[in-house]
Design a protein around this ligand. Sequence first.
Ligand SMILES: Cc1ncc(COP(=O)(O)O)c(C=O)c1O
Length: 386
Amino acid sequence: MSREFDFDTPVERRGTDSEKWLRWADQDVLPLWVADMDFAAPPAVVEALRQRVDHGVFGYALPDASHGRAVVDALERSCGWSVSPEWLVWLPGLVCGLTVACRAVGDPGDGVLVNPPVYPPFRRVPPLVDRRLQTAFLGGDNEAGWRLDIDAMDAAADARTRLLLLCHPHNPVGRAWRRDELEEVAAFAERRDLVVCSDEIHSELLLEPGRPHVPFATISPAVAARTITLLAPSKTFNVPGLGAAVAVISDPGLRARFKQAMSGIVPQVNVLGLLAAKVAWTEGGPWREALCDYLRGNRDYLADRVARLPPLTMAPVEATYLAWIDARGWALADPAAHVLAHGLGLSSGADFGSPGYLRLNFGCPRATLAAACDRLAAAASAAVQS
Ligand SMILES: Cc1ncc(COP(=O)(O)O)c(C=O)c1O
């Protein structure tokens, strides 16, 4: 247990309108699927929200200079990225930002490139706004390690490809792309004249101490000019239900197109989400560090348990609290249904474009994770005996 913060004591989430816990509410299932954590938000955030709730007035909210300053300072502190407050566009969610980016770049029928296996909305969103989905799978696997496959990206793109949706760090494979890898992506984007929308929602969850996140936009000023970076406090500080996110767009023309694509559709950020974002980014540092220590312990515990369950393999998790488990060796049509029958609710790899895999959310107390591993072990022994 962290000396200052308690991640060990379970918080009862049943009966709190939690999407994660409602899904199998009437069954004995541990739900380690959708990406929110079973921890309370940082005490400073909870206290600020309590005071705002006590105020009792929940009118329309508007970010002021202090909100912009919170983002600017957090980026400078965490990864040395200097951004200007006028580059920021507040959003009620990251997925909304992905959709707006697709609408803002190019025309109906143009191509949007994504790298599965990837967070499901990456593949779902482009067709919703009449863009053609183009897929270039990541190279590698859990044992060899995952990489961005530039040749596959070249093969998937065509003359009408306008946008690359980059997931950095990558959900679900857990890679935090290195600078040299990002440089290759940047060269590809420049060669094909693409805008890059870099979803960096997990960028404050790099689990190796001292390893900084490298924002894609920091590769060069020219790269920044073709980049939309999406950020949010929601994963790091466990406030996804409060709906606050921000796009960082340095190029004025691209920013104007992005804002135009939002108009009339995207609501402003609500008063609680805006406050949570500001307080998390200004005061949440010590909590975040303690969280990353705790998650590193969970990751190592889980990796050790999975290593004892061949043929399962787990990708090394550099960032996020999500483990990508290869269950293809079980040779089952639906491994997620199989683990569910053993009381464990995981995300199916099929939703990410890779059937046969499972995604496990280890953002929970260690005791919950241990119980989940027992259930996974029971599922594994049933699978190899069948
Ligand atoms: C890569 C990535 N982007 C976006 C989101 C969701 O963002 P939001 O809830 O703000 O729409 C998630 C949630 O898991 C995610 O993993």
